[in-house]
Design a protein around this ligand. Structure first.
Ligand SMILES: Cc1cc2nc3c(=O)[nH]c(=O)nc-3n(C[C@H](O)[C@H](O)[C@H](O)COP(=O)(O)OP(=O)(O)OC[C@H]3O[C@@H](n4cnc5c(N)ncnc54)[C@H](O)[C@@H]3O)c2cc1C
Length: 385
């Protein structure tokens, strides 16, 4: 199983070689640690360093910043393989999103200062948009940045931030002009180790994704150099976020596909082995039909995602199509994994059975990155213009 199909327009031999190297790395460094990361609530810091050393973090980043210049397809392969390894602890998806914000909107100084250190794992990225009173409705954020000499003073808080406990470069959405809505929003990079007035709350307890650190962040007159503003002027944040959404949304669908491939493969193995009424579970017509349905849905999603990656590489993935991938991918993931769990019987509900972890992990895919209701709204809007 792989991310690409035989007709993927974007696929080259290098993609297969890269996918193979990721798989080997994950087999050795990720798979044996998944349970441990879930128990400790966070992926090991040294895993980031190792991933940096083997060139996995910078697959899509230009060589001048230490990457391999492989385009979005390279990061998609990493995210797919992580899903296929059944891991949800490592926060690479957000790290990749932050790198692409910097690459697209960062000044030359910001890019050369931060990107090489994100590619080698020294810096871990987070994207802090959501607040206790503003999730879907991002225009309502209240965290503010006020100019003071050549500094911004940032006040407010963020919630549900992935990589929140470990990130040391946090791209934060703030209001630089409280008198307007979306036009008053800017993105400012917080260099955690150098920012007085920044603090992290406690690790948030979640239904699933236990190995992935999610936190609340606080800004109490946090002082940040004005040179950390992303883009040439204030008020660009909302536009920047909207422009980057196709990648953020596609990532969720790619991860969904990886998790579904894992779920189906492990379920097939289970039902071939387990017996009831003197037969293999696999021999019941219900099992065969359910698995056939799951597999078909997976292959339809694979073809759609592959097409979306091709469009993204050409700069042609529009917001509505990316929203379809996010909505459909996450919805299908939840339904397929539910069927797979059912075929495991009681064992599927036990924590020791990986499918139970996949089931809990899948639920949030319909919520973060923009809820599926918001995705449907965006799709409908594209039909009503
Ligand atoms: C595990 C996890 C990790 C996360 N990681 C991050 C992160 O790294 N960075 C970050 O910034 N945020 C992150 N989030 C936050 C996430 O993006 C938000 O939770 C999400 O956007 C929804 O916002 P909300 O929770 O405020 O829900 P609300 O916006 O309050 O929505 C509540 C319900 O109302 C529905 N709704 C809202 N508006 C509409 C509408 N116009 N039409 C129809 N229905 C509507 C929603 O679909 C939802 O069902 C994370 C969340 C979780 C759970």
């Amino acid at each position: 199983m792989s991310l690409f199909t035989t007709t993927s327009s974007w696929k080259e031999d290098e993609h297969e070689i890269f996918a193979e190297s990721i798989r080997r790395f994950f087999d050795k460094e990720m798979t044996p640690n998944i349970e441990k990361w879930a128990d400790q609530g966070v992926c090991d810091r040294k895993f980031w360093d190792k991933a940096g050393q083997v060139g996995i973090l910078g697959g899509s980043i230009p060589q001048e910043y230490g990457g391999s210049d492989g385009g979005y397809a390279y990061d998609s392969l990493v995210i797919y393989e992580q899903g296929r390894a059944a891991d949800s602890a490592w926060g690479f998806g957000i790290h990749s999103i932050v790198m692409h914000y910097l690459l697209t909107y960062g000044s030359e100084d910001q890019k050369s200062r931060w990107l090489p250190r994100m590619v080698n794992g020294e810096l871990i990225g987070a994207l802090a948009m959501s607040e206790p009173n503003a999730g879907s409705d991002l225009q309502a954020i209240r965290t503010s940045a006020t100019k003071d000499g050549n500094l911004y003073r940032i006040n407010g808080s963020k919630i549900y931030i992935t990589n929140g406990m470990t990130a040391n470069l946090i791209l934060t959405a703030v209001k630089t002009d409280k008198s307007t809505g979306s036009k008053g929003i800017s993105l400012i990079a917080i260099e955690v180790d150098e920012t007085e007035g920044f603090s992290r709350g406690k690790q948030l307890e979640k239904l699933g994704m236990h190995g992935n650190d999610t936190a609340e962040l606080f800004f109490d007159d946090a002082k940040v150099p004005m040179t950390n503003l992303l883009g040439p002027e204030e008020g660009q944040g909302f536009y920047q976020m909207m422009k980057q959404l196709p990648w953020e949304r596609l990532i969720i669908a790619v991860g969904a596909l990886g998790a579904m491939d894992y779920a189906i493969n492990s379920t097939v193995e289970f039902v071939k082995d387990r017996k009831a009424f003197g037969k293999r579970i696999m021999d019941f017509q219900n099992t065969r039909f359910k698995l056939a349905e799951c597999k078909t849905r997976c292959e339809v999603l694979r073809a759609f995602i592959s097409d979306c990656i091709g469009r993204l590489e050409k700069g042609e993935l529009d917001a509505a199509t990316a929203s379809m991938a996010k909505y459909w991918g996450s919805q299908t993931q939840n339904e397929v994994i539910d069927e797979c769990l059912q075929l495991h019987g009681g064992y599927g509900y036990m924590r020791e059975c990986p499918i139970s972890r996949l089931y809990a992990d899948a639920r949030v895919q319909k919520i973060y990155g923009g809820t599926n209701e918001i995705m449907k709204e965006l799709i409908a809007r594209s039909m009503d213009s």
